[in-house]
Design a protein around this ligand. Structure first.
Ligand code: SF4
Length: 405
């Protein structure tokens, strides 16, 4: 598999972009993780990677999306100001952070996305997008910049995808993939595994279509029932999770594409990136949140006169959150997703922490009424990575790179 994958990359991706990704993403991330491990030894809390939620604006209304635009007259979407992000990046780089994931809403609806990527050729950006904006000009511009990899959300074949993301979105995203492939960009596809699409998205046929479209990586997420239309029936059950793990291991040995999950480490133990302190989210209102679906905060960019490092390191909330997660699972060794397994306890904890709810909904009440499901914490069913490539990647690179559950 690895040889065919490398041949694919050489043939299908611009060499300049491969070099940039190798240097700015892989090489620098390796050192970011080393610096992070060092900080951990000294009980310093500061992540090796960061998310920026650039805006709450979006052109779609997907089921189960946790980003909500506030309702009411004259209420416009909120966007994170460029100068605030620049300040965070400056502090990030002083601490070896060079990989940033840009989220929305839809990042392509902002000019900030372009400005950030342009202003920071020394950093690498992953843009999580719904894939509706890849016309020839945008793709050309991304290619010219080079320090960016789009990650397009596609949740199954056309019927399944459009049922969740809206009619016509599949075809448009696939057209976008074709343009990215034609111009030889390094890009990936993100697929949320639900109870509905489980049987189709974990198959060779599904993966092969993206290989044919030139995608270099396919990132699997597990559906989180949150948001206005949380659709808890889409959540996968324990048997499916266990099967998901097995299928991923099998497909990884076979398919010439990188198949990413950020749920299990090289030993097959469950991981919660937020509880490990791998990547926090700077929300559109300047809030510092534990992870993308947990849209609450106690700390903001303006705290401590804008000293982002001090704000994170001294955040009682983020540290208490880590402890809260560890207490519910197997301590340091293995953690699932509290959002799925313990929604009521999480609501209680967040109330005690007196967090500010930035969801634009009533996140805590949603948690109160959520039905607990099973997350990726599967004690007794841990399966270690059985392919050396992925063992190596998981030990040295995967975790935290845009990781969330
Ligand atoms: S979604 Fe769940 S598993 Fe993922 S980082 Fe947040 S709390 Fe942890």
């Amino acid at each position: 598999m690895i040889i065919s994958f490398l041949i694919r990359c050489i043939r299908e991706v611009s060499w300049r972009l491969l070099f940039k990704a190798g240097w700015l993403w892989c090489f620098k991330s390796f050192f970011a993780l080393r610096a992070f491990k060092n900080r951990n030894k000294h009980d310093i809390l500061f992540p090796p990677f960061l998310f920026f939620s650039l805006t709450t604006a979006c052109n779609l209304h997907c089921r189960g999306c946790w980003v909500t635009q506030e309702k009411g007259h004259n209420v416009s979407p909120v966007s994170l100001p460029l100068e605030k992000i620049e300040r965070v990046i400056q502090i990030g780089q002083q601490n070896s952070v060079y990989f940033y994931t840009l989220l929305g809403g839809e990042p392509f609806l902002t000019t900030t996305m372009w400005e950030l990527i342009e202003h920071h050729p020394e950093a690498y950006f992953q843009v999580i997008t719904n894939g509706q904006f890849f016309d020839t000009n945008n793709v050309k511009r991304l290619k010219k910049l080079g320090n960016v990899s789009p990650l397009i959300s596609i949740d199954g074949f056309e019927t399944e995808n459009d049922a969740r993301r809206g009619l016509g979105t599949f075809i448009k995203a696939i057209n976008g993939c074709q343009e990215l492939c034609r111009q030889k960009l390094l890009y990936g596809v993100a697929t949320v595994v639900t109870a509905q699409n489980f049987e189709s998205v974990l198959t060779e046929v599904y993966i092969r279509q993206f290989i044919e479209l030139g995608a270099v990586y396919l990132w699997y997420y597990i559906y989180r029932p949150v948001g206005m239309d949380s659709a808890s029936e889409l959540a996968v059950n324990r048997e499916q999770l266990s099967e998901l793990r097995k299928r991923l291991l099998r497909l990884r040995r076979k398919m010439p594409i990188i198949l990413i999950d950020t749920y299990w480490d090289a030993q097959g133990k469950a991981v919660c990136p937020a509880s490990k302190g791998m990547a926090f989210v700077v929300g559109a209102k300047g809030s510092i949140e534990p992870c993308p679906p947990i849209t609450v905060a106690r700390n903001f960019l303006d705290d401590n006169n804008g000293d982002f490092y001090k704000t994170i390191n001294e955040s009682n909330f983020l540290r208490h959150f880590q402890q809260f997660v560890r207490d519910r699972y197997d301590g340091e060794r293995s953690q699932g997703c509290v959002l799925i397994d313990y929604p009521q306890e999480l609501a209680e904890f967040l109330r005690q922490e007196q967090v500010v709810d930035l969801s634009g909904r009533n996140f805590l009440t949603e948690l109160d009424t959520a039905i607990p499901k099973t997350s990726h914490f599967l004690p007794g069913e841990e399966i270690p990575e059985n392919y050396w490539v992925y063992r190596l990647l998981k030990q040295n690179l995967f975790f935290g790179i845009g990781a969330y559950g």
